[in-house]
Design a protein. Structure first.
Length: 334
């Protein structure tokens, strides 16, 4: 039986998903005796659609040569989703943290028609988690979002599935690679502005870097963790947020004199939701330099568990999406 997929958003991550699906076809066939086919892929301007399945390589070629994944798309993509037969929506369109954007509408539409949803879109999850999760339960489908926090770092499913029998006390982590890169460069003496410029040139920062440096991206991830792991009902505006723009070179130097570094830490516990720069002793796992994400999960039985991984990237984020897809295939097999 074929599993039909629609990819909403054919930017970096959407293209990574198409590539990973192509690379993993044999594995899926071997393990699940099923085929996974992309029946539609769209971005803000264009749409490719074939009920029989699209060739991922051709989709990628067309996108890179023309900037479009297919022909000009209809304006009402909710209607398209309503009228198209598919099993899983992979929603990876650009995020909108003020309203949830089109991604929110597409996720609602897919869940309502009884399709599973895999998303890394932080806006809808940080603003309307409870509603979307309840809708998925009502429709008896899965809403999965491993890649929304920490990219390839497997934090959501680790906490929800592997740690099912544990009580999670706190999660503290470096949840934004751009800020960590900037702070690490400042450790080496670079001024803030120059470090930010480097992060942008290297493609780490969001298109609007204030999402990163004002702590908004980290706060969204804190809200998602609170809802998903601690079963809370919060939005990203419930998170107390301080970004990194006020951190001076003097503060970094002073921290260095005391064998400390400054890192932007997100913290979630049953009664705390915070993103703030903190002094971290050098050598502590959270003193990590560079663009990696890192989280320390404190549980009642296992104690502290530390995980780390690439928080962004085409194939890295697609790996998290693929792990969610495998979980859906596994659940359907049982
Ligand atoms: N801009 C984000 C970061 C990307 O730097 O971590 C992943 O959400």
């Amino acid at each position: 039986m074929t599993l039909k997929i629609v990819i909403s958003g054919f930017g970096t991550v959407g293209q990574g998903v198409a590539e990973v699906l192509e690379r993993k076809q044999d594995f899926i066939k071997r393990r699940f005796h099923r085929q996974v086919r992309i029946v539609a892929a769209f971005d803000s301007r264009s749409l490719a659609h074939d009920d029989g399945g699209l060739d991922p390589e051709l989709l990628l070629e067309r996108k890179s040569s023309s900037g479009m994944v297919g022909d000009p798309r209809p304006s009402d993509m909710c209607r398209f989703l309503r009228e198209t037969e598919f099993d899983v929506l992979v929603e990876v369109s650009p995020t909108n943290i003020e309203t949830g954007g089109d991604g929110l509408l597409f996720i609602r539409e897919a869940l309502n028609k009884g399709a599973h949803v895999i998303t890394v879109n932080k806006g809808p999850l940080a603003l309307h988690f409870r509603e979307l999760n309840d809708l998925a339960k009502k429709k008896k489908v899965q809403l999965r979002f491993e890649g929304a926090v920490g990219g390839a770092m497997p934090i959501i499913n680790l906490c929800k599935e592997n740690f099912m029998g544990e009580r999670i006390l706190t999660i503290q982590g470096i949840l934004n690679g751009t800020c960590n890169f900037i702070l690490s460069r400042m450790d080496k003496g670079l001024p803030f502005g120059q470090a930010l410029k480097e992060a942008q040139e290297l493609g780490y920062a969001e298109s609007d870097p204030s999402y990163d440096i004002d702590g908004i991206d980290s706060a969204s991830k804190v809200a998602i963790l609170a809802n998903a792991v601690f079963d809370r009902d919060v939005t990203f505006s419930d998170v107390s947020v301080t970004g990194i723009t006020a951190i001076t070179e003097d503060a970094i130097a002073l921290a260095g004199d005391q064998n400390m570094v400054i890192r932007l830490i997100g913290e979630v516990s049953p009664d705390k939701l915070e993103v703030a720069p903190r002094l971290i002793p050098k050598g502590h796992p959270l003193s990590l330099s560079g663009t990696l994400n890192m989280a320390q999960i404190n549980t009642d039985l296992a104690g502290p568990i530390t995980i780390s991984g690439r928080g962004a990237g085409r194939i890295e984020t697609a790996s998290a999406i693929f792990s969610d897809l495998v979980a859906i295939l596994e659940a359907e097999r049982q």
